[in-house]
Design a protein around this ligand. Sequence first.
Ligand code: ADP
Length: 601
Amino acid sequence: VSRLPRFRNLPLFGKLLVPLLALTVFLGAFGVFLVVRDLSARAQSALEQDLSRRSLDARSLVRDRELYLLESVNFAANLEGITEAIRARDTRGVARLLQSVLALKTDLDLVVATDAKGVGLVEFVHGEQGGGTQWGPQGLVSSALAGTKSPGILTAGGETMLAIAAPVCAQPAGCAAVGAAIAGIRASALAETARGNGTIGASIYDTDGRLLADAGTVRAAKSAPALPEGGQVRRTSRIGSQEIATLYSPLEIGGRRAGMLSVSIPTEPAFASVRGARVRLALVLLAAMVGAVALGAMTTRLILREVRPLVAMNRALGRGDLSARAPVLADDELGELARGVNQMAEQLQATYETLELRVAQRTEQVRRLLGERTEFFASISHELRTPLAIIQGKAKMMRDPTFPKSEKWTADTGRAIGETTDQLLALVNEILELARAESGRIELELEDAELADIVRELRPTVVGLAKSADLKASVDVARDLPAVRVDRKRMREIIVNLVDNAVKYTPPGGKIALSATARNGGVQISVADSGIGITPEAGDLVFEPFYRVKGAIPQRGQASSGLGLALARRLVEAQGGKIWYASEPGEGATFTFTVPAVKTP
Ligand code: ADP
């Protein structure tokens, strides 16, 4: 069973066809069975009727013969002068008399006149004259000699005969038999008579069922079945390819059971119509099956016409062709399915396109970041190279024995190397800090603090820086600033960095102002200067590492790494604030950043 294809795995065509065929075959076979059964029953009953009719005919024909025999024997026993002739044992006279019987009753096979002892005086067997046979032992003859007319079967001339014996009486009243008259017909002739026309076989059996004679083209059975009292028995036999139905019925002569009579007919003609019908029905069933297959094929084709585009679309989608759509061919369930699948494909396509766009954007971003990274490292190398070249140059001079080294040169060189290494160290520290900030590993020691304290502590530094650059400085802290949560050290670093830039880019005579005000629940710190300002093109690039505004040179030759603002922004953001600036080129710049207040629970 497991090797048979599972029904659910059959293609659509098979799914439709298998039940359709099964139903057709089942209903068809059932119909054929019913019709054939009905026809067979009718044929059977027709056959039985035919057989009964023929049996009846046969018996009536036999009865005719019986009457014929009775008439003959009566005629013989009552012939004028027969009593006298028998008494006188006048064989010639008896023979003459019996010949007159034969002349009238030409069908007789046996005509006998016996003496009182049952010995034949004159016997005509098949027209041959004889005499001297002892007929007495034949029961019917002894009955006749005893005075009763009696029918029965006897053997004469080696043949079985149906015969009637009658007494030849001395006087009409109270018969005292002087002899007996016997008239007989061959059993085979009787069978021939019983056959009539059209019956293929008729047979005569004795009371024990032994075959006595048969006629016709069919060999009769050697023995007949026992008959129920007054009943008939039907048997079917087969001779070669021919089926024969035989009806056995009782044969009565003179009101007594003398044996059995059978008639046989072929069953073929009765069942021919059934066979014909069977062939026709088989053809109809075949046609129905062909019709079912055709119908199934047609329906499947109709359905497949709608399904195929869906399958094709599904395959196309599988291949990645998201533009594939299926036509909506009908307003049925499959049409609905097609619409649904189309919608799904549309959504898929839209999602895919958005995704593609996003991937493209991300790729661009990554490419840009990688570019920036490369640029960043190039900048670092560049920044490191200058101080290192200075130190290398000084070292080379010191190693040169031909170079005269005065005490002043040595002192200057020592100071230059010291300053350069300080600068280098500061740069390396800044890079390190920035790298930490970039990778989110910046370490903050957040605490609740009063910004006023921090600014107050920074005041001397600010004033000192401004004074050294010949600038005026103001420090202004608003009252009642909220407490903030910051890293004090980082806070100082940011402010000093902004003040440092203000000093760096403001020519002598200018001024710088540091102020702290409350804003949006937090604190806002500004460093304003009256310096060279920043060109609008620079924008937020000033917060990028190593970026310097073109043409903006520190006023007093201070070092410029381009890392200060980048670091400041990361530190501000790490503490939850924001940084920005406003500037008018030539008029100055104001850098502002915010810090969040302590969260009150
Ligand atoms: P730098 O070490 O060069 O000062 P920064 O990151 O601190 O690096 O600043 C980046 C650039 O922004 C500077 O090179 C300068 O061109 C510009 N800049 C910063 N602060 C000011 C300011 N107060 N006035 C004018 N330009 C400024």
